[in-house]
Design a protein around this ligand. Structure first.
Ligand SMILES: C[S@@+](CC[C@H](N)C(=O)[O-])C[C@H]1O[C@@H](n2cnc3c(N)ncnc32)[C@H](O)[C@@H]1O
Ligand SMILES: [Zn+2]
Length: 151
């Protein structure tokens, strides 16, 4: 049985949802794409944006460009309280359950966006209790919280 299905998302357009209960640590879906050299991705204006949502670094030499229709995992939305995480092994990238996930829950992971001058352009609609309002990686969210406190 497939562990996931595509459904309209409450976060953004479409998303992936658990098709059954999924145990923590389960390999859910491969993040598929085309392997390109780091040199290629550095020189291609397509990847100019620092928030390269579909680009994963595999190692010193290679990146994985996941911006293809065949890559169903690209539909996974960001959440500030995610239930999945993405790990690379060799030249493969997989999405894993980082907690037990109930059937019907939307799958999500932390997009890992850095905190920089344009964070404001990436509002987050994950609606989790932990949401800071912007798509920013967990380790940098304290900056937003600090900003809010100072206001
Ligand atoms: C990789 S796609 C995710 C799939 C997308 N929902 C779709 O149907 O194509 C990434 C885009 O989804 C949107 N997105 C993902 N997570 C989001 C979130 N937590 N809040 C707002 N928009 C989000 C953003 O527009 C982002 O650029
Ligand atoms: Zn959020």
């Amino acid at each position: 049985m497939k562990l996931y299905k595509i459904k309209k998302s409450k976060i953004d357009k479409n998303g992936l949802y658990a098709n059954c209960d999924i145990l923590k640590g389960t390999k859910i879906i491969e993040y598929k794409g085309k392997i390109i050299s780091v040199k290629q991705s550095e020189n291609d204006p397509k990847f100019d944006n620092g928030k390269a949502i579909y680009l994963f670094n595999l190692n010193k030499k290679y990146d994985l460009d996941g911006n293809f229709k065949f890559n169903t995992a690209r539909l996974i939305n960001h959440s500030c309280d995610p239930n999945c995480e993405v790990f690379g092994k060799g030249l493969k990238i997989w999405v894993y359950a980082m907690k037990n996930i109930k059937k019907g829950e939307e799958l999500s992971y932390d997009y890992g966006f850095s905190y920089d001058e344009d964070y404001i352009n990436y509002p987050c609609k994950c609606k989790s209790k932990a949401c800071v309002g912007y798509i920013i990686r967990e380790g940098s969210r304290w900056r937003i919280k600090k900003k809010k406190k100072l206001k």
